[in-house]
Design a protein around this ligand. Structure first.
Ligand SMILES: Nc1ncnc2c1ncn2[C@@H]1O[C@H](COP(=O)(O)OP(=O)(O)O)[C@@H](O)[C@H]1O
Ligand SMILES: [Mg+2]
Length: 341
């Protein structure tokens, strides 16, 4: 039985401009023990799908099962199996951190939970904030409490909706270390993130959502394998000639030029030489998940999976377990997925 089964989920919002289809026929099974990534640009429908899973929104059609429990007809059982960290920071300002976790435990009928609450506080770097009032906490600390709240009843399935958006490197490391441990211990994880480096390092399988439809669904390693060509990457302080500027991805001083083959790499290099561009730290590398993502979103990728093939493509590989992002130093780069999204 899948941990989560989305079956033909559609969601249409009534808007002043008429009906808007935010989700269109989503079929997706997430198996027990997977670390699953749901990626997509802003507005793709990720939060809507998670809201339907969490019972916070109703699908217009289709159904969602959580370990076999229907989120509509068997809400209490479905909800108990889920720990959901919402995208928005919502909190009760009147309680301190420990109180809010005790209240959340009570909500799920879990008694005498202080040992686990202590472990959560410790693992999420909140131990010295246990008596701090929620409204005194910084945004990053509030985010940690939200994660603790979601995990307070030890749910078998952990759902994180952009948990690291706008948070510092330290929290990201702390969070991923802990979530990876929980996944290793058997918890299923469903993650949405804009940080494709995180998804590449953590997720065994990935679905990409675009305008409410799944446009790619595969094991992370297979998505990377299927990506075509290579990337010519270098640093420069010089402006690129127009022909290269059109195809380049530029992040500060870093320039990335997709190339289909050796001839195209040669032609890029010639273009740079003729234009007198100073090139530093040049490398040629395989496409990473960000490149795959951009290929899929622009419709140029071989990883695109027609909708009628999704079911057969959905067979999961062994979940990648216990993966922790390397590094942990202050200067871990934040992946750039800025402009193209
Ligand atoms: N309550 C709502 N009413 C109308 N449109 C909505 C509502 N909630 C979300 N949408 C729209 O649905 C689309 C998907 O939103 P969302 O699920 O938040 O995307 P994501 O989380 O992938 O950024 C967006 O175009 C958004 O504007
Ligand atoms: Mg969202």
């Amino acid at each position: 039985m899948p941990a989560v089964s989305f079956q033909a989920i559609s969601k249409t919002f009534a808007t002043p401009k008429g009906p808007f289809a935010a989700l269109n026929q989503i079929h997706l099974d997430i198996q027990e023990g997977e670390f699953f990534g749901l990626l997509g640009p802003n507005g793709a429908g990720k939060t809507t799908l998670i809201s339907i899973l969490a019972g916070l929104a109703r699908a217009s059609s289709g159904r969602v099962l959580v370990q076999g429990s229907d989120v509509q007809t068997d809400f209490a059982n479905a909800r108990r199996k889920l720990g959901v960290v919402p995208q928005e920071l919502v909190f009760d300002p009147f309680f301190n951190v420990r109180e809010s976790l005790r209240i959340q435990s009570g909500y799920f009928g879990v008694k005498n939970n202080d040992a686990w609450i202590d472990e959560l506080l410790e693992n999420l770097g909140l131990a010295d904030k246990a008596h701090a009032n929620m409204r005194q906490l910084s945004g990053g600390m509030k985010r940690r409490v939200l994660v603790a709240q979601a995990l307070v009843h030890k749910p078998p399935i952990i759902v994180l909706d952009e948990p690291t958006a706008g948070v510092d490197v330290e929290l990201r490391q702390t969070l991923w270390h802990f979530v990876a441990r929980l996944n290793k211990e058997g918890h299923t994880v469903l993650l949405t993130t804009h940080y494709l480096e995180e998804a590449e390092a953590l997720c065994g399988r990935i679905a990409m959502l675009k305008a409410g439809r799944i446009v790619a669904l595969n094991r992370t390693s297979d998505l990377l394998q299927a990506a075509s060509g290579s990337m010519l990457q270098f640093k420069t302080d010089t402006a690129l000639p127009p022909a290269l500027a059109m195809v380049a991805r530029v992040t500060g001083r870093i320039v990335q030029l997709p190339a289909n083959d050796a001839a195209e790499i040669e032609s890029h290099l010639a273009g740079l030489r003729v234009a007198g561009v100073d090139v530093h730290d040049m490398e040629i590398r395989r496409p990473d998940l960000e490149d795959v993502f951009l290929q899929v979103m622009s419709g140029t990728s071989a990883s695109n999976i027609p909708l009628d093939n999704i079911a057969s493509a959905a067979a999961p590989g062994r979940p990648k377990q216990g993966v922790v992002l390397s590094g942990g130093s202050e200067d871990t780069p934040v992946p750039s997925v800025g402009a193209p999204l």
